[in-house]
Design a protein around this ligand. Structure first.
Ligand code: ATP
Ligand code: MG
Length: 413
């Protein structure tokens, strides 16, 4: 089996609606890519049998590996099997082994198998059955002539993933593979990252790279095609060179998140942190507590949105608020110092600002003051964030965590 031109079909009417994304496609692109199989097309198709059959027919003309997910369930709208049977002009046959496996599965749950589940035992003539440990819909692999292989898998992401990892990938030919690396950068905007990295990336050679920006974070995506048994020397070298240019702005790679990195730095130093949040409304606390084990370093936080709350919960002197206004460096500092002392933490982190759409006496919307109180004293930063309310709040939260990260890096473990 060769697989030079892979194509993915995501089947399910809900995937055509705006609120469901084809995450299976992203997963498969990545896993096949790592296996050296480039994905050339991705199609999303609703639950109509005619449309699915047409999508398979198109795919069969231009691709040699077709992986479809979804529509293998027991309900009437699950018609992937029928559509593929039509596209390949092959009959569906009941598979006795699957049927008894299904019946046994229901028996163990203490219920009679609903008659409609019987459909899940229908297999295309000549197909190999792909076992599903986590659900009731088995997958199938079918060779269409000499040229193409079609794989159908359930849509449920967890089921699809384990079947891909445990069953499908080991059976696919592996010659070259793609190695991916994501480098994550904080504290610099996209054009600044681009400017600083142009000389480095001009030497990227065979490594593909792209810069992707998200609020308060820039990512560099690297991809290298590596021969079987080889190493991703280009990616490794480029990562080192990028690190040398960006220094501590480079905070993590691949799945790592800012809150995870900050959490690890705190834990290593046995430090604790408390937060006082105004415009971020608790999202700094939320990010920190996403991480398992956060209780060892996160003391707690206050959302002090009103002036009163800043006085009563963070001990900000009322006179300071009158003199400087809530969106000011002085108030940010007092919030950080106040929450640090009331929660007896190593660090106190604070954010105040105008999320927008309105600004105020302290400046236009997007004016943000961050402060960090800690053993070396109190540090403050002012940001001017362009963008809507959501972007401003996110950048403020990420900026605050980055301020803490920089302080922790500067303090040996
Ligand atoms: P089941 O036996 O569970 O019914 P199925 O093969 O019929 O399996 P679907 O009914 O199509 O799968 O989808 C099951 C769930 O998986 C739904 O919540 C659906 O939204 C989700 N899902 C399906 N396809 C995708 C996809 N491409 N990306 C992300 N989620 C998906
Ligand atoms: Mg279904």
């Amino acid at each position: 089996m060769s697989a030079e031109r892979a194509e993915l079909l995501a089947i399910g009417s809900e995937l055509l609606d705006p609120w469901r994304t084809d995450t299976n496609g992203a997963y498969l692109s990545r896993r096949l890519g790592e296996h050296g199989i480039p994905v050339r097309f991705r199609t999303v198709v609703g639950d109509r049998v005619d449309d699915i059959a047409a999508a398979f027919e198109v795919a069969l003309r231009r691709s040699d590996l077709i992986v479809a997910t979804g529509g293998l369930g027991p309900t009437v709208d699950d018609v992937t099997r029928e559509a593929l049977a039509r596209a390949l002009a092959l009959p569906l046959q009941e598979d006795a082994a699957i049927l008894s496996w299904l019946q046994e599965r229901f028996r163990r749950l203490g219920i009679d198998m609903p008659p409609r589940n019987r459909r899940q035992a229908m297999v295309l003539q000549g197909a190999e059955v792909i076992p599903n440990r986590l659900g009731t819909a088995p997958g199938q692999l079918i060779r269409a002539g000499d040229s193409a292989v079609v794989v159908i898998l359930p849509g449920v992401p967890s089921e699809m993933r384990h079947m891909v990892d445990e069953w499908l990938l080991p059976r696919l030919p592996s010659t070259d593979r793609y190695v991916y690396r994501i480098l994550k950068i904080a504290g610099l905007n996209e054009s600044e990252v681009d400017r600083r990295l142009t000389p480095v990336c001009d030497t990227a050679g065979a490594v593909d790279w792209t810069i992707l920006a998200a609020p308060g974070q820039v990512e560099i995506h690297l991809r290298e095609r590596v021969p079987a048994g080889g190493t991703a020397a280009g990616v490794e070298r480029l990562e080192r060179d990028i690190g040398a240019v960006l220094g501590t702005h480079l905070f993590g790679r691949d799945e790592a998140t800012m809150e995870e990195i900050v959490g690890r730095l705190l834990a290593e130093r046995r430090d604790t942190v408390a937060v006082a949040e105004s415009l971020t409304g608790g999202s700094i606390a939320r990010a920190l507590t996403e991480i398992p084990g956060a209780s060892s370093y996160f003391r707690g936080g206050v959302v002090c949105y009103s002036d009163d709350a800043k006085v009563l919960c963070c001990g900000v002197p009322a006179t300071l608020l009158q003199r400087h206004g809530a969106v000011s460096e002085a108030v940010a500092r007092a919030m950080a110092e106040g929450v640090r002392s009331s929660l007896a933490s190593t660090w106190g982190l604070a954010a105040t600002g105008y999320a927008g759409p309105e600004g105020g006496p302290g400046g236009p919307p997007g004016t943000v003051h961050l402060a960090l109180a800690g053993p070396p004293g109190t540090d403050a930063v002012r940001l001017r964030v362009p963008g809507d309310r959501g972007v401003v709040r996110l950048r403020a939260a990420r900026g605050a965590l980055d301020l803490l990260r920089h302080a922790l890096i500067g303090k040996p473990a």
